[in-house]
Design a binder for this molecule. Structure first.
Ligand code: ADP
Ligand code: MG
Length: 683
């Protein structure tokens, strides 16, 4: 018998063409159709005029009472108005720049209009109109679902198809959530939830149906994450490092400063994992400058004392070199040999380094992800630390982990991630957060100015440079075109060289050879170059404490998280630092983002605001976000359910029943389909 997995093309009214359109929005099977959930509801309940608040969005039903009057002004602008009688009250309905509606507005007709209500003028500004005797009548006085559409598809068609699919196949919809959760959270049975989400009788019912399906979606997602987490732990059983804790304490005491409370906490979380009988799989997040490097150094020290080698993987060579420097300073006095593995090494040095690693003469290696993953073998690898992990999705992480050994793995990111996103994008991991800055930091002063004030800013920077300080100028970012970014940097470099004849102006971008980049960075670090024009390659990790100014050109093109990263390049010394955002944002959101940057230096607050302003999809930028797309759940408003689902699924996969009992078979099948169980042998 044809089931939920049969093609929509079998439905009444769906031919080749329709089927192609449906498939363009992801609907191929009947199941897809039924799970094509409305993104919202239009409230077509006709309201009592006296109940409507000023500026509220409403739908009104009335009879057209006058001929429409049309006024034109400007070139293409028009205003149509008509009088409507609603409950014996005459109100005005107006349309802006919608000439085509005029022919539908004949007196005596009954219409539904949706728009914004002006309570004083008894007037509605219409966005949407329906004639009452047309197709929408069926939802009159109710809620009408609004679907994501595409091509020539209409709501009327979708509703008809869904109605048909429900009639024919509705009884085949089976439960997904185990009964205990449906009961505990008072959810609807799945069959009812799906029917109701498409055709709710009232607002409350629609809400309950949505709540059920939202929880189901988050539950399945978290089930996958928690199962992965559990399986990883099982597979890596036996990975306990025996760390001499007293020596680690001594190492910590030998540092130039006491750890912050947050650093102490995350060090403990980390060492507990490393000592436990499974491989660590932990995300360490902390704002720029919160002291992650020291924490990483403590872990590497501990692993060394337990008899293992460690690797630190970073995204760029510049960063690798900086880490080698800081780790050498911290670790070499304790007899730990730190080495760099970079593309810039000569072939001979590279061979020697790799050989030394293999023979165990090097204790800690630092290099780019690519280098370390490619051709390095270790004698006894115990700990891998990787930086800027937000650039990779869940699946890439598993590839890394599945490569041979199962060392303890710590992922570090300097992008503070709001908790909802952290447990989503990194749901298969444990999360440690450094949410406290070392004492005595001077907050960076951030100012936002328009382009026409760029010369003024240049003068202020000149003053700083004259006092012996240094500055960065970050070039406009052109989405997807590194070539244009580089050209921008070259142009700006020429302009500023001309503008500051008394100073050395350096240029840095991704098209330079590793050696050239090195030379530029070294010149800047040695203050032979005072002003560094750069593309965003300086974003991560660069540390030049004498640099106190940062100008970010076309700042509206950057996300808040990235601006914050860039800004983190200054404010590293004892002097007051400044960040100037040059931007003419057009949108309100763009303006707000600039303001938020000026208001706070707290990365977590910024990231939360960024999430609210841009939405989860854009948070990490478009590439490799690692975030799943949800059909119905919303990470911003449903974060509590996400948390609950996480706890429930973690508890569920920890039971033997889950892996054994028939009533969970469909959930195990789901994990199988998602590839989570690959290579697993049930015992
Ligand atoms: P992150 O890697 O998180 O950006 P770093 O580890 O580079 O930060 O630390 C930034 C600076 O703060 C470094 O100069 C480091 O020596 C210093 N630092 C780290 N932890 C502390 C602390 N607890 N007290 C004082 N200074 C610290
Ligand atoms: Mg361990």
């Amino acid at each position: 018998m044809a089931g939920l997995d049969s093609a929509v093309i079998g439905l009444h009214g769906v031919g080749e063409e329709r089927a192609a359109e449906l498939s363009s929005i992801g609907i191929v099977t009947v199941r897809d159709l039924l799970e094509h959930f409305p993104s919202r509801y239009e409230d077509y309940r006709v309201k009592d005029l006296t109940e409507i608040k000023d500026q509220e969005r409403v739908t009104l039903q009335g009879t057209i009472y006058s001929e429409p009057s049309v006024r034109f002004y400007g070139k293409k602008k028009s205003r149509i108005s008509v009088r409507l009688v609603i409950d014996r009250v005459v109100v005005t309905a107006i349309w802006f720049n919608q000439n085509f509606v005029k022919k539908h507005l004949s007196p005596g007709k009954e219409i539904l209009v949706t728009g914004k209500w002006d309570r004083n003028k008894l007037q509605i500004t219409v966005n949407e109109m329906t004639e009452v005797n047309s197709a929408r009548v069926q939802t009159r006085g109710e809620l009408a679902p609004v679907y994501p559409l595409g091509g020539e598809l209409t709501h009327t068609l979708l509703r008809k198809l869904i109605e048909q699919a429900l009639k024919t196949y509705g009884s085949q919809i089976g439960e997904v959530l185990p009964a205990e959760y449906i009961e505990r959270y008072r959810l609807m049975p799945r069959q009812k939830a799906i029917a109701t989400v498409h055709f709710p009788a009232n607002v409350e019912e629609g809400r309950m149906a949505r709540r059920t399906l939202m929880f189901e979606e988050l539950f399945l997602f978290q089930l996958k994450m928690q199962a992965m987490r559990r399986i990883t732990r099982k597979q890596t059983a036996g990975m306990a490092q025996s760390i001499p804790m007293e020596e680690v304490r001594q190492f910590v005491r030998s540092l130039a400063f006491p750890l912050t409370g947050a650093q102490k906490r995350v060090v403990k979380e980390m060492l507990d994992d490393m000592q436990a009988d499974y491989a660590m799989n932990r995300l360490l997040q902390g704002d720029v400058g919160s002291g992650k490097t020291v924490v990483a150094a403590i872990a590497l020290y501990a692993s060394f004392r337990a008899g293992y080698q460690g690797a630190l993987m970073v995204p760029t060579e510049i960063l690798a070199e900086q880490h080698v420097q800081s780790l050498t300073a911290l670790l070499e006095p304790h007899g730990i040999k730190v080495a760099l593995l970079a593309g810039s090494l000569t072939a001979k040095r590279r061979r020697e380094t790799i050989a030394a690693l293999q023979e165990g003469q090097i204790d800690v290696v630092v290099g780019t992800h690519a280098l370390i993953q490619e051709d390095v073998f270790f004698e006894r690898l115990g700990l891998v630390i990787t930086d800027e992990q937000h650039r990779f999705g869940v699946d890439q992480r598993r590839v890394l982990r599945n490569k041979g050994l199962s060392p303890d793995v710590l992922f570090m990111t300097a992008t503070p991630i709001p908790r909802t996103l952290a447990i989503t994008a990194f749901g298969d991991m444990d999360v440690s957060t450094i949410d406290e800055m070392p004492a005595g930091r001077k907050p960076i002063e951030t100012e936002w100015v328009k382009h026409d004030q760029f010369p003024l800013i240049l003068e202020r920077v000149r003053g700083e440079l004259a006092r012996g300080r240094q500055a960065y100028v970050i070039c406009p970012l052109i989405e997807e075109s590194e070539k244009l970014d580089v050209q921008n940097a070259i142009d700006l470099h020429a302009q500023l060289t001309h503008c500051y004849p008394e100073f050395q102006v350096g240029l840095m971008h991704g098209r330079l050879h590793a050696k050239e980049k090195d030379a530029v960075m070294q010149a800047f670090a040695a203050n032979e170059v005072q002003l560094l024009v750069s593309t965003t390659v300086v974003e991560v990790g660069v540390n030049v404490p004498n640099a106190t100014c940062m100008i970010i050109y076309d700042a509206e093109r950057f996300g808040l998280a990235q601006l914050h990263q860039l800004r983190g390049r200054v404010g590293r010394g004892a002097e007051q630092s400044y960040c100037f955002l040059i931007a003419d944002p057009k949108s309100q959101v763009g303006k707000e983002r600039m303001q938020v940057m000026c208001e706070t230096n707290d990365g977590f607050e910024l990231s939360q605001r960024d999430l609210e302003l841009r939405g989860p999809g854009d948070f990490f930028g478009t590439k490799q976000s690692g975030l799943p797309e949800f059909k119905i759940a919303d990470l911003l408003s449903d974060y509590k359910a996400l948390e609950v689902a996480r706890q429930d699924t973690a508890a569920l996969v920890a039971t033997d029943e889950f892996w054994r009992e028939p009533r969970y078979a469909h959930l195990r099948a789901y994990l199988e389909r998602e590839g989570v169980l690959e290579g697993i042998v049930f015992d």
